[in-house]
Ligand binder design. Structure first.
Ligand code: TRP
Length: 393
């Protein structure tokens, strides 16, 4: 492999030009088939229809539960390493969409421990990001009766006993082989914590299919968790997964990261900022002059503005096809396409920000989404932890 082709994808590092197909062979996940796509509830979410979620594990089992109206759940979480950008939010909007369609249970874990262990940030910074991120997640608008939000350090009474039980199932050699050598012993333990996240709906509510819509770099966590789940004593299904590509960064294909040269579009950006960022940094598939563009046309497949629309921000397939056609034949200019993308993104963000502004005190707002005492003790009991031991002391 030459350096050009080299890429790394682990939960802790995404680098280079990702070959999504090769990654599946490496990880052992399967491509999402057209048949599976057609089994999703209708109307099919654009992220599924357009194969942004392009791969899966055990999605059939989840879809069967959906289509027979049996219990099923989704788990999608957030590592609070900073403010959220548009690449972070689409799994949450996806989960909400499915919840509306099927009344799915949704669990949303926040791994503040993971990001403290991984990033060079003091605890109070991580805590600040947790609070900001929670406001964004609340703004998405999940059904409080069918949704649970868990913060690792704040819900340690349930997370820690379960993680301890699961950690015992995983050897250091497995962690090293799955993730590479961990930078510290906390990161070495963390896969057990994420396994708690992925199994929690079943540990609270009994065995049922769970689907984890997640970016493909998180698949190692799914694999480790599936190994743990295969132990008879827990009586749980292995969690299924719906694995997504990364939203391209403004600067061109690859994961939108907060650290490369082109800025990310944050959920807090106002309309003007969105336009400025896209106009200035948006990688274009157009030609370098208007004349050349009119003559030769542009390439939507590498154009970031088009990709943003195709990934998430333009719902209509017809409109999307029309834009691609006009871009290719040169009648739609790169600047015009940028402004169309910026408009759609700014409209989406304004709606999000309007709902976010309505979120009041975090403690109050979170209350209906927190695990009840009964749910906590049910989960602890499932791994053999004496039910209310802590409370009884
Ligand atoms: N590890 C994820 C990240 O770094 C965040 C996360 C924690 C998560 N638990 C999860 C994502 C469960 C999906 C499901 O982004």
């Amino acid at each position: 492999m030459t350096d050009d082709e080299a890429f790394t994808v682990t939960p802790y590092e995404v680098e280079g030009d990702v070959d999504y197909e090769k990654l599946l062979d490496e990880f052992g996940a399967d491509r999402l088939t057209d048949e599976q796509i057609s089994a999703f509830p209708k109307p099919t979410h654009p992220l599924v229809r357009r194969k942004v979620f392009y791969a899966e594990r055990d999605v059939d089992r989840f879809l069967e539960a959906v289509n027979t109206e049996n219990p099923h759940s989704l788990v999608t979480g957030r590592g609070p390493s900073g403010l959220m950008h548009i690449g972070h939010v689409f799994p949450f909007y996806f989960a909400k969409y499915i919840q509306k369609q099927t009344n799915a249970l949704v669990y949303i874990p926040i791994s503040d421990d993971e990001k403290y262990l991984l990033k060079d940030l003091p605890l109070e910074k991580i805590d600040g990001h947790t609070r900001e991120n929670l406001r964004d997640i609340l703004a998405v608008g999940f059904d409080p009766d069918r949704t649970r939000i868990i913060v690792d350090t704040a819900d340690a009474d349930v997370v820690y006993p379960l993680a301890t039980a699961f950690a015992k199932e995983v050897t250091q050699a497995t962690v090293d082989a799955t993730y590479g050598a961990p930078p510290n012993i906390g990161i070495s333990f963390y896969p057990a914590v994420q396994a708690v996240h992925l199994l929690l709906p079943q540990l609270v509510d009994g065995r049922h299919p769970t689907l984890v819509p997640i970016a493909v770099d998180q698949d190692p966590h799914i694999r480790v968790c599936r190994d743990i789940a295969s132990k008879q004593r827990y009586n749980v299904n292995k969690p299924g997964a719906l694995l997504s590509k990364f939203l391209p960064s403004l600067g061109g294909p690859g994961k939108m990261s907060s650290s490369d040269d082109a800025p990310s579009i944050f959920l807090s950006d106002d309309r003007e900022t969105v336009f400025e960022k896209i106009r200035q940094f948006g990688f274009s598939g157009g030609q370098s002059s208007v004349e050349a563009h009119r003559e030769q046309g542009g390439d939507p497949t590498i154009d970031v503005s088009y990709q943003f629309l195709a990934y998430f921000f333009e719902e209509s397939d017809d409109r999307l096809d029309q834009l691609a056609r006009e871009y290719r034949d040169g009648s739609l200019l790169s600047g015009e396409l940028k402004d169309i993308a910026a408009t759609q993104i700014a409209d989406f963000l304004e709606e999000h920000q309007r709902r976010r502004a309505e979120v009041g005190s975090l403690a109050n707002e979170l209350m209906p989404y927190r695990l009840t005492e009964n749910e906590r003790s049910r989960a602890r009991k499932r791994v053999g932890y004496p039910t209310d031991a802590v409370v009884e002391w």
